[in-house]
Design a protein around this ligand. Structure first.
Ligand SMILES: *Cc1c(COP(=O)(O)O)cnc(C)c1O
Length: 228
């Protein structure tokens, strides 16, 4: 892809985000999902105003890290195995996909050893698709209360992956319900838990996500083109 194409695609995403959120919510932050792409493809994003990127695999992240680490802030957005936490604890600005207590406790331990508190989002499963991971909405409060005392992690909000569907009405409802849940938790105020970020929306549905008050969207193929 040429630099011009990349610039046009990012401009188109930003414009659509601004239009979709207009009048209701602040424009969400655009996280460019760079998985499967090489540093050579990723580096030009920096000059196009992208400061934060998302990667979903630890090994790939470690391979690309030397080329990217002082240029972008990196979010870990995918499933994370407990035995890989140690490898990324110094490298990422946020772990977006915390959905179990053992994983949270491992992040807490490794972060303390690295003398930091890791910002995390709690992944929820808006449609209750258990096989995809994510905490079911009815278990969320208890989970958040269990995370609150862990000084090695700093909960900043929620992350959601929507079902892969063309049913726009269903998606619209799920995004709306997810934002309502986020707002309710924020109003309730769980001590030790910050509810500032709501990460939802990918290439296929980032407009809907922006309309329903996502604070960050994770967009890959709408920027880089479809994955092979
Ligand atoms: C790959 C991925 C994305 C981006 O997907 P696109 O459809 O390419 O925009 C967002 N979030 C997560 C968790 C992902 O794994």
């Amino acid at each position: 892809m040429t630099r011009m194409e990349l610039e046009e695609r990012i401009a188109a995403v930003r414009k659509a985000l601004a239009e979709a959120s207009e009048g209701r919510y602040p424009v969400p932050k655009l996280i460019a999902v760079t998985k499967t792409h090489s540093p050579e493809e990723i580096l030009p994003l920096r000059e196009l105003g992208i400061e934060e990127i998302g990667e979903n695999r630890v090994q790939e992240l470690k391979e690309k890290l030397p080329a990217l680490e002082n240029i972008f802030q990196i979010h870990l957005i995918g499933r994370l195995q407990r035995n890989k936490v140690r490898q990324v604890i110094r490298d990422v600005c946020m772990i977006q996909s915390v959905d179990s207590l053992p994983l949270a406790e491992e992040i807490h331990r490794r972060a303390l050893a690295a003398e930091r508190a890791m910002p995390v989002l709690v992944e929820i499963s808006p449609a209750g698709e258990a096989q995809k991971g994510g905490v079911p909405p009815e278990e969320l409060r208890g989970f958040l209360r269990a995370l609150a005392p862990l000084e090695g992690i700093s909960v900043r909000g929620l992350m959601a992956v929507m079902p892969d569907t063309r049913d726009e009405e269903w998606l619209d409802r799920l995004f709306g319900e997810t934002r309502q849940l986020f707002d309710r938790l924020r109003e309730e105020g769980i001590p030790g838990i910050r509810m500032e970020e709501l990460s939802m929306g990918m290439s296929g549905d980032y407009r809907l996500a922006a309309r329903h008050g996502a604070t960050m969207v994770r967009v890959g193929s709408a920027i880089f083109g479809p994955r092979a």
